[in-house]
Design a protein around this ligand. Structure first.
Ligand code: ADP
Ligand code: S3P
Length: 175
């Protein structure tokens, strides 16, 4: 089976929901952020501080390229992964893309309570965070909305989405 790629904003649940969805579909689970941190032996936050975002994007893209040829895997991407270079197109060509969609206020509320530090929003107040998400999501939806499937990340229905993925027309699930 070709890879399934989960895309969406930080906090939409790509890692949390991705693991459960992978289990429901009997697929292996791979999180690009986790692979990155293992490969470079540091947190993404530390990498941003030491080397900056452009190098992060280059290496993130290299990891994505490796996942494109994977079989029987569900890949949870980083919030920015589809939004640089031809990454969204690559994912669309090599597998099935799923956008976990959530409105800015709900994302802000999750991110304010999240334990994991995310360098792009580190230290922001609630008001700053909401403004940042609103702007960034508008920009990024130009990429996210190209996904084959769009799922409601608030009222998330794992079995419903798993069925849609299995039944997606022309998705060569057995190859
Ligand atoms: P992403 O990988 O998209 O950045 P995460 O999976 O890390 O998102 O989730 C971000 C935060 O939201 C975490 O604190 C997580 O516990 C919480 N979360 C994720 N999915 C849900 C959900 N379906 N319902 C409630 N909280 C959730
Ligand atoms: C980023 C999202 C993060 C991580 C990095 C950059 C982004 O992943 O890749 O901090 O640009 O939105 P999550 O979406 O898993 O938080």
């Amino acid at each position: 089976m070709k890879p399934v790629f989960l895309v969406g904003f930080m906090g939409s649940g790509k890692s949390t929901v991705g693991k459960k969805l992978a289990t429901a579909l009997n697929l292996n689970f791979l999180d690009i952020d986790t692979v990155f941190e293992e490969k470079y032996h540091m947190s993404i936050q530390a990498f941003f501080e030491k080397y900056g975002e452009p190098l992060f994007r280059k290496f993130e893209h290299e990891i994505l390229l490796l996942t494109c040829t994977g079989q029987n895997v569900l890949v949870s991407t980083g919030g920015g992964t589809p939004c640089f270079g031809n990454s969204m197109e690559l994912m669309r060509q090599h597998g099935l893309t799923v956008y976990l969609s959530m409105p800015p206020a709900a994302l802000a509320s999750r991110l304010l309570n999240a334990k994991r530090v995310r360098p792009l929003i580190q230290g922001m107040s609630e008001t700053e965070l909401l403004a940042f998400i609103t702007n960034k999501l508008t920009e990024r939806e130009a990429f996210y909305l190209k996904a084959h499937l769009i799922a409601d990340a608030i009222n998330f229905d794992i079995q419903g989405l798993a069925n849609k993925i299995r039944e997606y027309p022309n998705f060569d699930a057995k190859s």
